[in-house]
Design a protein around this ligand. Structure first.
Ligand code: GLP
Length: 239
């Protein structure tokens, strides 16, 4: 595990974006595992900037996103499909046909379909992650075992509470989601996490300086052979 300490959110975003840009430069048709939430937004802004400057080419890049709320259509403004178009895809020269977000409305067959998409791509070259305040990755919530492939989860109240800021009220926050499993994430050849702010400090400490346990899903990344945490000073403040 490598930790890159950044001064603040902007420095964290630039450092993470450099790692992603290097991946694209090394393998122009790489498979990027992408994440939503406020943590990666600054990283995406940097990538957009470099794409516009002609320094970064997304034309052959393929992508698979981590998760999606159950019940939200891709045009719902809080769906992760919408988030990705708004925060990245619409602003770079990626071919939308090469991008994938789990469907929130396909029902039971979606999990197997999505894992097949990842397999058909030959796996993920670089998986970008945020960190939930309860240590979740994607929507893999604390549990008594680590999950395997894509599956449907019941969101914890703490996650719904943390994410309600994006919705009109807590009642509008979906109760379920589809997420890649922990195994899918661990099988990525490189994993890059961005964490920012004092509200992530406890989760960072428990995930990377405590025991590996499914009760803190991110802790399994301690076993990943190529895991990079890029965090700002506040997120590292409890270490
Ligand atoms: N499913 C997403 C996660 O992938 C994300 O990492 C987490 C943290 O979000 P934020 O970066 O906004 O704190 O939020 C959601 O629950």
């Amino acid at each position: 595990m490598r930790i890159i300490k950044a001064k603040d959110y902007d420095a964290m975003s630039a450092a993470a974006a450099r790692i992603i840009a290097a991946q694209i430069a090394l393998k122009p048709d790489c498979v990027l595992g992408l994440a939503t939430g406020s943590s990666p937004v600054g990283t995406y802004k940097k990538l957009i900037e470099w794409n516009h400057a002609g320094e970064l080419d997304f034309s052959a890049v393929r992508s698979v996103n981590l998760d999606e709320y159950a019940g939200l259509t891709p045009d719902h403004d809080q769906s992760y499909a919408y988030f990705m178009r708004h925060n990245l895809f619409d602003h770079v020269n990626i071919d939308l046909k090469n991008t994938n977000v789990p469907s929130g409305i396909n029902g039971d067959g979606e999990c197997a379909r999505y894992d097949q998409v990842i397999r058909d791509f030959g796996g993920i070259d670089l998986q970008l992650l945020g960190l939930g305040v309860n240590g979740h990755i994607g929507f893999n919530e604390p549990d008594d075992h680590f999950s395997l492939g894509t599956h449907k989860v019941t969101l914890t109240e703490s996650t719904r509470e943390a994410n309600k800021r994006f919705f009109a009220s807590i009642d509008d926050v979906p109760t379920h989601a589809y997420t890649m499993g922990v195994r899918d994430i661990l099988q990525a050849r490189r994993v890059l996490m961005v964490a920012s702010g004092a509200n992530k400090a406890q989760a960072v400490k428990e995930a990377f300086f405590g025991p590996v346990t499914p009760n803190v899903p991110a802790s399994i990344l301690q076993y990943h052979p190529d895991f990079i945490l890029v965090a700002d000073e506040e997120a590292l403040s409890l270490l």
